[in-house]
Design a protein around this ligand. Structure first.
Ligand SMILES: [Zn+2]
Length: 143
C-alpha cells in the first residue's frame, strides 16, 4: 500500500514531492519507512556494547631514524607501523595517547561504531523533519 523508496533520495526535489494526486500517501509511506529504520536503529542504540573507550583511533606510520633501515630509503620507504593512537578532546585541545594493546584498540573501535550509529539516527531524524516540513508547506499552498 505504501510507496517505499530509497531514503537517500528524499533530499532535494525528488522523493514524494511529485505532481501526482497520490503525493500525500507517498509522503506518508516514506515517513513510515523512515520511522521503521529509526526504530530498528533505536533498539540497537539501547543495547550498547559493554566495553567501549571514548575517542577515535588514529593510525600512524613512522621512521625509526636508523640510516640503513628500509623506513629511511629515499624512494618507496617502508615505514614502521601502524601504531595506534587514541584521539580525545579536552578543553579545546586534541590529546593523542598511544594505544598499547589490542583490547583497548577494539574498545575504541566499538565506540566509533556506536557513535556513527548515533549520527545515523540523527540523520534519519533530520530527514523526517525535512519531509514533514515539506508536506506541511505543500498542504498550506494547496495541491
Ligand atoms: Zn626503521
Amino acid at each position: 500500500m505504501y510507496f517505499v523508496r530509497n531514503t537517500s533520495k528524499i533530499d532535494g526535489n525528488g522523493g514524494c514531492m511529485t505532481k501526482t494526486p497520490e503525493w500525500l500517501s507517498q509522503c506518508r509511506g516514506e515517513l513510515v519507512a523512515l520511522r521503521k529504520q529509526q526504530d530498528a536503529l533505536y533498539q540497537r542504540l539501547m543495547n550498547p556494547p559493554p566495553d567501549m573507550k571514548a575517542g577515535s583511533l588514529s593510525l600512524q606510520y613512522k621512521r625509526c631514524g636508523k640510516a640503513t633501515c628500509k623506513c629511511m630509503r629515499a624512494e618507496n620507504p617502508e615505514k614502521h607501523g601502524p601504531y595506534y593512537y587514541l584521539i580525545t578532546h579536552k578543553s579545546g585541545k586534541t590529546v593523542l595517547r598511544y594505544v598499547k594493546n589490542q583490547e583497548d584498540r577494539e574498545a575504541i573501535q566499538r565506540y566509533e561504531a556506536y557513535e556513527s550509529q548515533i549520527k545515523e539516527y540523527q540523520a534519519l531524524q533530520k530527514k523526517m523533519i525535512e519531509l514533514f516540513t515539506s508536506i506541511q508547506e505543500r498542504r498550506s499552498h494547496g495541491r
